[in-house]
Design a protein around this ligand. Sequence first.
Ligand code: NAD
Length: 480
Amino acid sequence: MEKLQNYINGELVEPLSKCYFDNINPATGKVYSQIPDSDESDVENAVRAAKEAFPLWKNTTKQERSRIMVRIAQLIFEKRDELAAAESKDNGKSLKLAETVDIPRARENFEFFASGILHFASESHQMEDTAINYTLREPLGVVGCISPWNLPLYLFTWKITPAIAAGNCVIAKPSEVTPMTAYLLSKICIEAGLPKGVLNIVHGYGHKVGNAITENDDIKAISFTGGTKTGQIIASKAATKFKKLSLELGGKNPNIIFEDCDFDKALSTSMLSSFANQGQICLCGSRIFVQKPIYEKFKKAFIEKVNQLKISYPSDPDAQLGAIVSKEHMDKVLSYVELAKEEGGTILTGGKKYEMEGEYKDGFYLEPTVIEGLSYTCRTNQEEIFGPLVTITPFETEEEVLKMANSVEYGLATTIWTQDVTRAHRVAQKIESGVVWINCWLIRDLRTPFGGMKNSGLGREGGFEALRFFTEPKNVCVNV
Ligand code: NAD
């Protein structure tokens, strides 16, 4: 059975402990590869390599860094079929989604920051005839990037690309639930000629590898995407060491549908925003609010469409929902179905494990689930579930829906459906959310600031925001 390896100092190596744990294919429930159970000593080795590589990488011209990143992007493109198949197998997502979203976006992340670094400029501030200030921006040194399982290579590369483009050396840890494409990326980096030590990938558990990255004194910044609780642990440890932090955390996103919306578009896009990637995208709209005059009509049409969704094994070209990432996560989602019932909710459709046959019978599949009749303050409507489960709630006025939408601890993304342009902008202003989509969902321009308010995160990723995060500004004042 294939054993994944760490990528340290330009080489693929075993964990020092020589210990591994199982990697499970969620579509079948079977173990199919072995993941290095790395620990602090592997992180220390990686940090040593990164520190050694840093002076050279920092002084490599932007053009050369950019060229290497473009080579990596090209190899991702050439190996897209292999990468998409690996992503789908590791995560349970449909192969089609991996082919059309995850892998193209990983390539784009490399291309985007390969170009971004060539356009990144620092500021200058003139004080009439007294002085000129200019800002130098230098890489931080060795930085840590920790990513989750839902969009494995997509989010992993979203972090490491601005970091290395800006001249830092990176210690990166993919999720232990979905490590395969990060492992394949390490082979690509070797093939592309990325200098040794610039990127180091250490596999393993969060409480071991992630914790060692967070606590290591030589790591100057942490860019983390994952759950809010993990973000709190990382923040509490990193704060005492004055590390720079970028945190992209959980969400409980509202999808607000006003009576004057383009009904068909709101309906079809809400199918995607509810159930794409089995609802396991941090930007999915898990709380659907529909204005009363169209509530019954929308509910009926929505349920009809949900009932037509095809749940299938990930490589089925017609699969609209694949497998849930793990048994543990499937059980968590199912526990929220039980909670919703206790809280007085009515299951309009779904609510159960979806039984497959043959080689997929032990896989982790869930029916897409829609629940109504819950108060907006109950736990089902306040806590992140992160699966194919949405609630649907009627509202009367704009004030009422804003109160309900803003009642949660999170503030990541919101979708607003209305043809009234004034209302669209007014609600967008009042909603507590870092990302707002009006009459659309998941359109992403990589130049825009991306991130959450409240307990959904700290700081913003994307475009120059990310390059600013991964650099240290220094002001130089010249008397003239
Ligand atoms: P998670 O927090 O369990 O794990 C994320 C990463 O952190 C993994 O690599 C894990 O190994 C590591 N980790 C775990 N414990 C750690 C510790 N003590 N110290 C350091 N690292 C540790 O999250 P997950 O279950 O992999 O992902 C799902 C979560 O990610 C959801 O809450 C989702 O909303 C969030 N998410 C947010 C965004 C965003 O952009 N805001 C994007 C995707 C996912």
